[in-house]
Each structure stands twice: as C-alpha cells, then as structure tokens.
Design a protein around this ligand. Structure first.
Ligand SMILES: *Cc1c(COP(=O)(O)O)cnc(C)c1O
Length: 374
C-alpha cells in the first residue's frame, strides 16, 4: 500500500536535527514556554512577514482564542464556509455565538465572496443576530479570495480571521499567507503541511493589542504577573517539546512544499483527462495539504475508491458532509440553500500527497486511477 502520508520517511530525513532539538529540551527541562517556543514564534512570524506569532495548543484553540479576544459570544453571527473541517464551526458555538454558513466556489472549493455578501445582507435583514466576524478558510492548501473577502468585511465592519490550519506555507500574489486577515490561525496537527508530533497551533497578527491579548488568554487570562488574572482565559500553550519538533521541520519546510508541488504536477498532467483535477486559485501557490479531485457522482466515487484500495492506493474524503448537515450543527443553521457544499460532499475525493511520495509512486497512483475508470 502506498502511504497516504509518510511521517516515518520524513522522520528519517530530519532525524539528526530532530534528536538534537529534543535532547536540548530534555537537558533544560523547561517543558512549558521554554526557549524553543520563543524561537519558533520568531521564526514563524519572520517566515510570513507577520509582526507577531503567538503559539497555542492547537489550531482549534487558536480560533477560539482569536474569537475570545474580540469578545464574540451570544447574539453574534460568525460567517464561515459550509465546506470545511468541523473545528471552524465548533468554536463560535462553544462561545455561544451562531455560525452562519456560506457556500463555496465549485471550482476552487474556497468560500464564495458573493454568497458571503448575500448572507450578511440576509442576517442584517432578519435583525436577530449581529454580524461580527468572518472566518475565511484556506482550504486544502490553497488561499481563499482574500482581497474580495477583506473588502466585504471592511465595509461591513467584521473582524476577519484566516483559518489557515491547512495552508500555512501557501502564498497569494507572491506573499506568504499570514497577513491576509486581522489574525491568522494555523495548526500543527501531524497531517498538516507543517505538522508536529501531537497537537499544536499558532496565531499570527500585525496588531500589538491582539498579540498581547492572545498571550494572556493562552495562560488563563494572566496580567503582567502570573498571579494577576485579568480575564477569563484557558490553558492553551504549545508544549516546548512540540516547538522543538517544529523547529526541526521548519528547516526543511520550503523544500517539502516544492516536493508536494512536484506530486501535484504529476497528478495534473496524468489525470486532467480522466477526472476533474483541482483548479488553482489565481496568482497563488498551494501548500498542497490535500489534492482533491471531483468525480461525476457518488456511485463512481465509491467504485473508484474500492478499486484503488484493491490496487494498493489509499484515498480519503474531505468532507463527506457539509457542516450544516452535521447533527451537531443542523439546529443552528437558518435553512439557507448551500448547493455547492452539498454537491461537493457527494463526489469529492483526495489522493495521497506528501513530500516523500516518489515520482514512481505518483505515477502508480495515476495508473490505478486510469485502470479503475478505464
Ligand atoms: C485541522 C483544522 C483545524 C483545527 O486544527 P487542530 O490543530 O486539529 O485543532 C481548524 N480548521 C481547519 C480548516 C482544519 O483543517
């Protein structure tokens, strides 16, 4: 079986630096907010040109801390795409706010700015919820249409959070993601482009005030001293051991992005005539967290997945359900039609993509797809 993700191969490549980094932590024993955490924050901020990076315990906690810092809660509408990972919608609900689902673009799978504008107008007309925030998601490694999203959010007075959990390392108009919104949330879940060996995340922002709030919120709302509690916060810090792992991985991150793009180029070339390959967001470079293809319908997708499995090729479905159809979220949906998200869930499928997937294995994946659909 070709691995869908190959963390062992990656570990073998970076092992000396990884061990050096981990041994340094074992030697100094500063497991909470040790020097590696500050070093990682400095390097991540520099990587994308953001003024501040505040590392946290997960991508989900990054979203939550960003929303808490804005005081978002009961009666507030938070706009977000219906076609994304569950965490994006979970956080507003945990804080008592209401997620307002927005449809996505059928070709790029990114949140649709025209539908966002229509949804904001609907919520204003209904007069029940106060439009407060937009969580734009950069899905599958590609950037959302941030120039359009920013313009709408600005004219509507919305706080913007870039849920960049899947797409750190991608760029838009030659700029690395990390400065497209008021704040950017990233995730170090092991399968993300920059993944640790456990949970982790970070917030990026150019705002001094927000960065200070994020640092306070991740440590129980602390003030200038540890035993002064200024606000209700959480235990949301990144472990020093995770920072050490991430520093070793950051050294090879750009080279890995190039390897992911190499695999994507093989799939594009070989599969363009067999199924619908992912359309690029204009003027962007993807981090290729996911290579998602579209099949004509769900029955063909089922048959393709079964045939690929038999041929030793794994596949996955991100996402089998639009979020407004999830049992946990259905009750908070206002009933608006979200036809593109619903359609994508029935016929989208992801192929293996990672830096250690050889040309030969990528060709094998393509041969298996051609055999299955031929
Ligand atoms: C992975 C992911 C998250 C959550 O990140 P965790 O680190 O797993 O908490 C949030 N949003 C999106 C779009 C994701 O893919």
């Amino acid at each position: 079986m070709i691995p869908f993700l190959d963390l062992k191969a990656q570990q073998a490549r970076i092992e000396p630096e990884l061990r050096r980094r981990l041994e340094a932590v074992l030697a100094h024993c500063q497991f909470i907010l040790g020097p590696e955490v500050a070093e990682l924050e400095t390097r991540l901020a520099a990587y994308c040109g953001a003024t501040h990076c505040v590392s946290v315990s997960s991508g989900t906690d990054a979203i939550q801390i960003a929303m808490m810092a804005e005081g978002i809660g009961r009666g507030d509408a938070v706009f977000l795409p219906a076609f994304t990972y569950t965490a994006t919608a979970e956080v507003p609900l945990v804080l008592g706010a209401t997620p307002v689902f927005v449809d996505v673009d059928p070709a790029t799978f990114q949140i649709d700015p025209a539908h966002l504008a229509a949804r904001i107008a609907e919520i204003r007309a209904a007069g029940v919820l106060k439009p407060r925030a937009l969580i734009g998601v950069d899905l599958f490694g590609q950037p959302a249409d941030w120039p359009a999203l920013r313009a709408i959010a600005q004219s509507e007075g919305l706080f913007t959070l870039d849920d960049c959990a899947q797409s750190f390392g991608a760029s838009l108009s030659g700029r690395k993601l990390g400065r497209e919104a008021d704040a950017t949330a990233i995730s170090f879940f092991p399968s993300k482009p920059l993944g640790g060996y456990g949970d982790g995340g970070a917030l990026l922002t150019d705002s001094d005030e927000r960065a200070a709030l994020y640092r306070s919120l991740r440590t129980h709302g602390e003030g200038t001293t540890r035993y002064e509690v200024m606000r209700t916060g959480m235990n949301g810090r990144l472990d020093t051991l995770q920072a050490a792992v991430l520093l070793a991985k950051l050294d090879v991150f750009d080279a890995e992005l190039a390897e992911r793009a190499r695999v994507a180029a093989i799939y594009d070339r070989r599969l363009g005539n067999v199924l619908t390959t992912p359309k690029r967001v204009p003027d962007s470079a993807s981090a290729w967290a996911v290579y998602a293809v579209l099949l004509p319908d769900g029955a063909i997708r089922d048959r393709l997945q079964a045939s690929l499995r038999e041929q030793g090729v794994p596949s996955a479905i991100y996402y089998p359900r639009a979020l407004h159809h999830q049992p946990a979220y259905a009750a908070s949906h206002d009933g608006a039609a979200l036809p593109v998200s619903e359609d994508l869930a029935t016929r989208i499928m992801a192929l293996p993509i990672h830096p250690d997937l050889s040309d030969a294995d990528a060709e094998r994946v393509c041969d298996a797809v051609a055999t299955a659909l031929g």
